[in-house]
Write a new protein. Structure first.
Length: 224
């Protein structure tokens, strides 16, 4: 069950492009989701309830919309190298002084050299919380998913473009990349996390691992 701020509509995981942000509260952390840019990119602001420190996942676009949401921003994580996920990175980093993080293999194309390079198994801290880093290869070599385990309840997983409702991310019909992506999703995500894990993708609506798990074999068979 998700706590909800009084006076706000229940969190559903759906936000409209250019529309209002949606906020939910889980034990110890507030999560705010907003859609920006022409490709309906989802950006996520995580705030530690104890300290107020904030972490932003993907400064994708529309810096002028993001900045009012991040008055206490200390960290920006870019999930992968594709340009639609970092159009506002330079502006938000400059305005806030936040440190920037990305996986070693995807750092090259970014407009801001990361302050910290990530590898699979690393952790990223904000306030009294941390996100576990999972390198999910295939969509790009250095794509990362970020796992939050709140004080109580099910985990929360921010997947970038690796996993969406209805299937894995785009691998441009490259069979080897598709197999790598499916292998990593099954081995590093589905095999180790429970069905109640809430999934926050890089575009569109949220889902859960339980909703997607029954379709893994179907995805493999169709090849995308």
């Amino acid at each position: 069950m998700t706590e909800q701020d009084p006076g706000k509509a229940p969190y559903t995981g759906h936000v409209e492009p250019g529309g209002a942000a949606a906020t939910r509260t889980v034990p110890g952390v507030t999560i705010t989701k907003v859609s920006v840019g022409p490709m309906d990119n989802d950006c996520y602001v995580l705030e530690c309830a104890a300290t107020g420190e904030q972490l932003l996942i993907d400064a994708a676009n529309d810096a002028e919309r993001l900045l009012p949401l991040v008055p206490r921003l200390t960290t920006i994580v870019t999930t992968h190298q594709h340009a639609d996920h970092w159009q506002a990175l330079a502006a938000v980093a400059a305005a806030t002084g936040a440190r920037t993080l990305a996986h070693t293999l995807d750092a090259g194309p970014l407009p801001v050299k990361p302050d910290l390079l990530l590898e699979d198994g690393d952790s990223v801290t904000f306030g009294q919380h941390e996100l576990a880093v999972r390198n999910i290869r295939g969509h790009t070599p250095g794509s990362v998913s970020l796992l939050l385990r709140p004080e109580t309840g099910d985990p929360h997983l921010f997947t970038g473009d690796c996993l969406f409702p209805g299937g894995p991310g785009n691998t441009q019909q490259d069979a080897k990349r598709f197999i790598r992506l499916m292998d990593d999703l099954e081995e590093r995500i589905f095999a180790v996390l429970p069905d109640g894990t809430w999934v926050y993708p890089g575009h569109g609506d949220d889902t859960t691992l339980g909703a997607e798990r029954p379709h893994l074999a179907e995805w493999r068979a169709r090849g995308w």
